[in-house]
Design a protein. Sequence first.
Lengths: 322, 229
Amino acid sequence: MTKIFLWLFLTVLFIASPFFGAVSLDVNEVFQSTSLHSDIFYSLRLPRLFFGFFAGIILALSGLLFQTLFRNPLMTPYTLGISSGAVLGAGIAIKLGLIGVVFGLSLVSIFGFVGAILTVFLLLYLSQFLKSSHHESLLLLGIALSLFYTSLLMVVFYLGDTIQNDMLLRFTMGSLSIIGWQSPILFALISIVLVFSIYLYRYELELLNVSEETSKLKGLNTKKTTILLLVISSFSIGFLVSVSGPIGFIGLVVPHIVTKLYPTTLRNRIFKTAIFGGLFLVACDTVTRVIQTQSELPIGIITALIGGPFFIYLIISRSKGV
Amino acid sequence: MIEFSNFSCSFNNKYILKDIDLQIKDHIVILGSNGSGKSTMVKSVCNLVSYEGKILLDSKNLTEYEQKELAKKVVYIPTKLEIHDEFITVGEFVLLGRFPHKKSFFDYSKDDYEIVYKNLEFLNLTHLKNQPIKSLSSGEQQLIQIAQALTQQTKTIVFDEPTANLDPKNTLLISSHIKELKKSHNILVITHDLEFASSLNMDAVFVKNGSINLYKNNIDFKTLVQEYD
C-alpha cells in the first residue's frame, strides 16, 4: 500500500512539476502555441523535467553500482570525491576565464568532466596500494580527496573576482536549470547506455554483491568487470556533474529506499532504482521551485538537506546492525 | 588429478610452505594446525591466492586456465559463508553455481533451474528454497554451499574445515554426505578434527613445519593422533 501510494505520489508530482515555478503556468495557455506560457513550457520547463529525470537515473544507478561493486552502502560517486573533482575542474575553467564552447559543450563543462574522470583514475591507481578486501580505506581515500579538492577550490575562490566567484558558487550548489533540448537528449542517451550496461551485467553484479571470493570461485574476472562498470558509470557521472554541478546524496538515498521497498536480490531492483531515482530528483526539483525565494533554491541544497541526516542514519544503523 | 611441484607459498613475507611435491589422484584429507598453510595450499588451486612453483590440474598448468574454465573443474567451499547480499534466497544462491556454465549476458536456462531443484531435493533443502540465506543456521548454510557446489558440476570439490562451526549431529550429516559424494567426485577435505578425518576413510596428508607427510590407505584414528602431536 505504501509502495503504491509513493509511486503514485511521485508520478503525479512528475506530471504536475512543469506547471510550478517562478511563473505559474496556466494549462489552457500552455497549449496555445503563440503564448508566452507555451514558450516557457516547451523550451524551459519540459526540457528541465526530462533533464532532471535522466539525471536522477544516472545518479541513482551510479550509486547502486558503486555500492554493489564495493559492497558498501556508503559508496557513491559523491562520497568518493568524484563530484568534487568535477567542481574543481569547473572552478579552474571559470577562474581562467574559459567561457567558450567546443562541440556544443561549454569549456567549464569539459573541465568539470576532466576533473571527474581524473579523480576516478586517481582512485583506481591509489586503490592498488590498498588490501583488496578493505573498501573502507577506499572510502576514506575518497573523503581525503574531497577535502583536498575543497581546499584547492578555496584557493580558486581566493584568487577569483566577484563575478567569477558568483558563477562558481552557483555551480557548486548544483542546478537543473537549463535551456533547450540539447541536455535532455544527451543525458537520455547516456542513461540508456548506463541502464543497458548494468542490465547486461546483472548476473555478474548479483555475484559481486555476494562476495568477491564467491565471484572468483564462480569464474568471474572480478577486476575486469569492476573496472569496466566503474568507468562507464564514472563517465556518465562526469558528464552529468559537468553540466548540473554536484547533486549529492541521490545515489546514496535512492538505492537504499528501493531496497527497503523491495527486499529482493539485486537484479530485480535495477529498473526500479533507475525510475525511482528519476522521479525522486524531479520531486526534489519541484520543491526547489515551489519554495519561492528571491530566485529559486539550488537543487544541490535540497538533496544535501535530505541526504546529510540520511547519511548519518545509515552510518549509525550500520554499526548497530552488523 | 592435481599435481603440486616445487610449490611454495608465503604469508606476511614468510614462507609457510616450501618446495612441496604432491599428487592428488582422487580423495585426500589434509590435516595440520592453524596457520600451517593447508588452507592456502588448496585456495591456490582455485586461483584465490598467489603462490610459487607449479600446479597441474588434469595435466594442464593452472596458469593456463581461464577463471571460468577453472570454475567448471574445481569448487571450493569455505568454512564460513561470507555473504554481503542480505536478501539473496537459498534458491538464487544455489543457482549461482550455474554461472560458469551460463552464456554471458543471457538468463539462466530451464535446465539450470532443474539442476538446482534436483540438488536441493538431494540434500533435503527444498523447503528452504525461498528463505534468505542470512536467516539460516551455520549447519544449513554449510549444506547449501554443498548444494551450490554440486550445482556447479565440477569433478573436484574442496571442503575447507567443513565442520568447524557445526554441532555433532550436523558433523555426522556432513560426513555422510562427503562419503556419498566420494562415489561421483574427487574430494579434498581440510580439517583439524581428527575424528571427522578418520571417519572419511581417505588418504591423509599432514602439513607441518612447512613440509608435508603423506599417509596412504585410510589411516586410523590412533595414528592420526600420534602424528598430530
